[in-house]
Structure formats: structure tokens, C-alpha cells
Write a protein of this length. Structure first.
Ligand SMILES: Cc1cc2nc3c(=O)[nH]c(=O)nc-3n(C[C@H](O)[C@H](O)[C@H](O)COP(=O)(O)OP(=O)(O)OC[C@H]3O[C@@H](n4cnc5c(N)ncnc54)[C@H](O)[C@@H]3O)c2cc1C
Length: 422
């Protein structure tokens, strides 16, 4: 082992999803000597699975109790768009990341609750979405009943964002062998030294501050540090997937009353099939269904919300689904927190971070830096001008995790619809 006392590092970020990577970028921009350690693959868990929508709060105006949250997130679409268009002065340079769509669509099905929901969405908004004429709508929504809204919420391809951030910070991002690859010397959550292991190699570092940004992994990390693992909560989803070369690329929400019935986002796989991810209520309610039932429910739901889609001509149509937990700071009623959340201990020497939403990663990073600034800047540890400790080069370089649909089994459409009704 090199540097048995530990190589001094300003901020050690643990976990390389959107939260950890954005925080690393912000710390380096602030002139700190920061390092990120990942136990598996970057973004495994929530970030590669995210639908990548940069919400501006429209969805939250559907429920009165969510109006606070709309305030926190309102600036995010413009902020992310700017990051995609300009050099990284006020944040990471995302010009090489892929924006899958500049906007999303919002429509309703023809039920009374659906009509009311759409009205509520329009009335409560600060930045009003744009209602479009029939000939401006995407073909899928030509005959949708009532208003169709174009919402200026861009959608980003999640892997391309994570890859762009990771590429920008090469040697500062290191991998260890699973959760056992990180060993803490700590007392009451105050971390003195961390040993990082990959293969036969190990290295000790001495961080001025540590940020836990490991999604669901924060629970285990906190438990190992002797802290309350219950500071976090999980909200499970059972996401559905459908793919075909004949599907159009489409991004939008179908609203029913104050619910988002289904949220659709699209990606293209390496065989030129378009893959739709189906979230929203379909995924929340789907938690209680097994895979076959969720695939069938998804097929029925798409027929109901997009009657013009018509699956009949799509010979290669296939369905899949996967489970994933959203990790957030615990709230009293188990609801989604309104903003990115940070819990700080020992004057910012240890923070636990949950972005709540992918879109809120910039706000999370700002909060982590504010919480840890004193600890890092008063440590007297080397700043960015001093290179990353060369000893870290012996650790592995983690890659970005694959999309969830690359790892799932798929069922042919005819087998899905011939299964028992849900
Ligand atoms: C299906 C789905 C769709 C979503 N869609 C949207 C959306 O459209 N828009 C939006 O704004 N938000 C969306 N979200 C929410 C968003 O994805 C999350 O808020 C965000 O990605 C959380 O990022 P994170 O970096 O905190 O956690 P994660 O992405 O879970 O990353 C955690 C990282 O830590 C690593 N790790 C885990 N344990 C350890 C450990 N012990 N040591 C070291 N590393 C560890 C993991 O491998 C991973 O790299 C969605 C969430 C889901 C699940």
C-alpha cells in the first residue's frame, strides 16, 4: 500500500450517478482536489434508467401539494439547455451529450378527470406550456381529444450525459471492487481515512470531506459509518419497455385528472429499433404486478392512451419490464421531497446527498459544495493545482452502466396479448 497515512484529498465523492458526477464537476470547478469512487458501474441504479426529462415543474402543478416542488425545479430546463449549448463556465460542458428531444408533449384521454387535470395544469403554471394546433401535433396525437400541449422540457440521453461528465474528469474517477472495496476508518461518521481496493491493489486516502452520493447505496454506507440508514427512503417502480423498428421516437405524458397516467420516452438501440420506456402511474401501480402482468398492462395502457398507434403492422414488436427503486431523503409521509436534499454532519465533513430528480443534480451539487466548503477550504489540503495523487492510478476505471433494456429478456407481442388478462 502507498501512503499509509493516506493521500490528502479535498472532497471524496462516493457513487458515480448523476449526483456524484455533477458534484465532482462542481468541486473541480471550485478549485478543489476532488476524487470520485464508484463500486460498480457509473450510473447503475437510477441514473442510466432515468427517463432523462428535465422537468420544469409542469407535472407537479397537477397536484396542489406539489406546488412548492414546482418552484425548486422551474429553472432547470433553461439551465440544462444552456449547458448543452455553451462551454462549461457556470457548469459542466454538455455539448457532447445527446438531447433526445427539445420538448415533451402532454395530452389527455377523453375522461372527465382527464379534462380537469389538463385545465389544472394550464392554470397553475408560471411558465405556460404552448397549446398546439392539430396540424402541428406529432402524428400520434393528431386525433387526441382536447388540447395538446408542447412543454419546453428537454429530454437527455442519460448515458451520453454520464459519459460526457466522466470523460471530463478521467483520472479523478476511480473504481473499487464492490462495496467491500471501500473501507472507512471513522468515528461517529467522522471519516479520517478511507482505503480503496481494486484487484490486488489498495490505496489509502485522507479526505477533508466525504459526500455519499450512492443512491440506494447510501443506506449501506451510512450503516457502516454507524449512522441511521433510515435517513433515506425508497419508492419502487416497475417500468415497462416496448421496442420495434416501426415505433416513432416520441416523448410525452398522458395526463388523467391529477395523475400522470403514463410517461413515454424513446431511445434507439444498436439494431435501430426504437425503445420506449413507459413510466408514470403505469410503473408505480405496476409494482404489484409480475413481469407478464406488467407487460400486458403496458400493452393495454398504450392502446388506451394512444389509440392511433396500432400495433398490428409491427411484426417485430416486443415487450419487457424491469424493477428499480428511487432513492430519496426520507419524508414524513413517504412522499417525494420537493428539492435536492443534503444531510450534513461534523461541520460538513460528511454529507449524504440525494438529488430527488435527475434534473435537480445542479442544485444538489451546489448544496453539497455549500455544506462542505468550510471543511475542505480550512483543511490546508492540496488544491486542484496539485495533481490527483498518482497512487490512485492503480485502481480500475469504471465504465458507464448499460441501459436497463440491454440487460432484460423480451416477450413477443402475440405472447403478451395472449397471456391472462390483468
Ligand atoms: C425509472 C426512473 C426514471 C426516472 N426519470 C426521471 C426523469 O425523467 N427526470 C428526472 O429528473 N428524474 C428522473 N428519475 C429520478 C433520477 O433518476 C434520480 O433522482 C437520479 O438519477 C439519482 O441519481 P443518484 O446519482 O443519486 O443515484 P444513482 O443513479 O442510483 O447512482 C448511484 C451510484 O452509486 C453507486 N453505488 C451504489 N452503492 C455504492 C457504494 N456502496 N459505494 C460506491 N458506489 C456505490 C452506483 O453504482 C451508482 O453509480 C427517474 C428515476 C427512475 C428510477
Amino acid at each position: 500500500m502507498s501512503g499509509s497515512d493516506g493521500h490528502p484529498v479535498g472532497l471524496l465523492v462516493i457513487g458515480g450517478g448523476i449526483a456524484g458526477l455533477w458534484t465532482l464537476d462542481a468541486a473541480v470547478r471550485a478549485g478543489w482536489n476532488a476524487v470520485l469512487v464508484e463500486a460498480f458501474e457509473l450510473g447503475r441504479g437510477q441514473s442510466v434508467a432515468a427517463q432523462g426529462i428535465i422537468h420544469g415543474g409542469l407535472k407537479y402543478t397537477l397536484r396542489e401539494r406539489d406546488l412548492e416542488a414546482a418552484g425548486a425545479i422551474a429553472e432547470m430546463p433553461a439551465f440544462w439547455r444552456e449547458r448543452h449549448e455553451s462551454e462549461g463556465e457556470t457548469g459542466p460542458d454538455l455539448r457532447r451529450a445527446r438531447m433526445s428531444a427539445p420538448c415533451t408533449w402532454m395530452w389527455r384521454t377523453d375522461t372527465l378527470s382527464s379534462r380537469l387535470g389538463m385545465l389544472g395544469a394550464k392554470a397553475a403554471l408560471r411558465t405556460r406550456p404552448h397549446a398546439v394546433e392539430e396540424d402541428e401535433r406529432p402524428a400520434l396525437l393528431r386525433s387526441a381529444p382536447g388540447t395538446v400541449l408542447r412543454v419546453a422540457e428537454p429530454v437527455f440521453d442519460t448515458r451520453s450525459v454520464l459519459e460526457t461528465l466522466a470523460r471530463a474528469h478521467g483520472r479523478r474517477i476511480v473504481g473499487v471492487d464492490g462495496i467491500e472495496g471501500i473501507e472507512f476508518s471513522s468515528a461517529g461518521g467522522r471519516v479520517e481515512r478511507v482505503i480503496l481496493r481494486s484487484g490486488d491493489f489498495e490505496v489509502a486516502i485522507r479526505p477533508a470531506a466525504v459526500a455519499l452520493a450512492a443512491g440506494t447505496g447510501n443506506e449501506g454506507l451510512r450503516a457502516r459509518l454507524g449512522l441511521d440508514p433510515e435517513a433515506g427512503q425508497r419508492r419502487p417502480l416497475h417500468m415497462a419497455l416496448v421496442r420495434s423498428r416501426s415505433l416513432p421516437e416520441f416523448h410525452g405524458h398522458c395526463v388523467d385528472g391529477n395523475r400522470t397516467r403514463v410517461t413515454i420516452t424513446s431511445a434507439r438501440d444498436d439494431r435501430d429499433r426504437v425503445v420506449w420506456q413507459l413510466g408514470g402511474d403505469l410503473a408505480e401501480r405496476g409494482v404489484g404486478r409480475d413481469d407478464a402482468a406488467q407487460r400486458r398492462a403496458a400493452a393495454e395502457e398504450l392502446r388506451a392512451v394512444l389509440p392511433t398507434l396500432g400495433f398490428d403492422g409491427m411484426e417485430d414488436l416486443e415487450w419487457s419490464s424491469y424493477r428499480v427503486d428511487r432513492a430519496e431523503r426520507r419524508t414524513r409521509a413517504g412522499l417525494r421531497p420537493d428539492d435536492a436534499e443534503v444531510v450534513s454532519l461534523h461541520g460538513g465533513r460528511l454529507v449524504t446527498a440525494w438529488p430527488t430528480k435527475w434534473a435537480l443534480a445542479p442544485r444538489l451539487a451546489a448544496s453539497v459544495l455549500a455544506a462542505t466548503r468550510d471543511a475542505v477550504e480550512s483543511s490546508g489540503f492540496p488544491t486542484i493545482a496539485d495533481a490527483v495523487p498518482a497512487a490512485l492510478d492503480g485502481l480500475r476505471r469504471p465504465r458507464v452502466a448499460p441501459y436497463p433494456w440491454e440487460e432484460r429478456s423480451w416477450t413477443k407481442h402475440r405472447d403478451v396479448v395472449s397471456a391472462e388478462p390483468v
